[in-house]
Design a protein around this ligand. Sequence first.
Ligand code: ADP
Ligand code: MG
Length: 451
Amino acid sequence: MNYTSLWQKIYGDLTKTLPDHAMNTWFEPIKPIALADNEIVLEVPNQFFYEWIESHYKAQLINAVVASISDGGRYRFIVSAEKSELSTDTSSPKNETAKGQKPKNKINLNKNYTFELFIEGSNNQFAKTASEKVAEELGNSSFNPLIIYGGVGLGKTHLLHAIGNKVLKNNPMSNIVLATSEKFTLDFVNSLRVNKSIEFAKRYRRADVLLIDDIQFFRGKEQTQEQFFHTFNELYQSGKQIVMTADRFPGEMGGLQDRLLSRFQSGLSVDIQPPDFEIRVAILMEKSEQNGVNLPYDVIEFIATHIKSNVRDLEGTIIRILARSSLLNQEIDFNLVREVVKERVGGVISSDVTIEDVVRRVSEISKVSEREIVGKSRKMEIAEARQLSMYLCRDIIGTSLSNIGVYFGGRDHTTVIHAVKTIDKKRTKDERIEKTINSLKQELSLSIASI
Ligand code: ADP
Ligand code: MG
């Protein structure tokens, strides 16, 4: 029997003893990858997965394996990430010995930060496209230097590494130099101390691609900027690509020398914006899949409604959900997710305010009856009260789009999205609406805190 059909048999056995949700969440993603000496090798998406299965379903798994493989069947787990690291490790040295060269620098590229794993949305599309172009056309692109800027946790470092990974893939011998601005500073300072400035210059000025992360930390460091200026010029003049990231538009960054800023302006600066609701949903779906958890759509929407700041926080929330479910030995359900989200946003979400509460308060304030709010009329003041109610349901309670749609006169989720966007826009223009929303939010949130 080969390992695929063997696994099918084991899987079938497990289905008889374990509930569907356990099968779907923990066993479905497992891939059998080998069978040797009665040992079946199973690939799991991550370490966490493997620990979870070992602590929860070990006995059932052993039984099923023993029953399916005669003569002392065993199993062994292997984590996906380890596998891919192994395979790159074994292939690259061969490549290099063939050409009789050693790798020029040890590069600390994060292998997981690739273009393939970067989720694209309107907030980051331009930055991603420009980065890909730079990686493909190396120095020949008109985007030199390329500067990617934006707030924390939005994927700047990810793109920077993705460029490095892509360049390396296209040409394993290229000399990629990656450093944070702090590392650059440290290297520079050390080179002064031990009189190794030549080595320093070599390391940085021999780059085919120079990737510098977080240049805002160059601020106020005159000497380092001086060094960087020379490094920059030398590379730039020999047509080498330079990519940098920053926490804001370079032109608005105080503490950088004008001559550096004017160099930067000869290239392209692209920004990454915070992800909007739809993009947050997409990110959560993708990231939970990558982590091997199956989160129901409602749960995903709930997280996307409350965790708004950045991708790192979205990722962190998923990890936290996994950790909590592991620590407390609980299946991942809505309650668990709500607890985690509540912790992360500092307790200001509600489980206790209902759609009815929202509609009642909006009705009192707007003088539109509750019945009209959930009805079909398109009269302006009624439609506005309805949109406001929909908006608050999403914002305060985190009700899913489709549930809101159903509640408010059987509309579909696109109508709800439209309502939310309309109110978002009105909030910035119409002070009356802004005030109403804030006071309703405060009032309804207070009622949560007091329960
Ligand atoms: P920044 O450097 O802007 O502070 P990072 O690049 O470190 O942010 O991103 C924080 C985390 O979020 C990383 O784990 C990164 O992989 C992930 N991330 C950010 N943006 C995306 C995206 N668009 N798609 C997938 N993962 C992303
Ligand atoms: Mg970063």
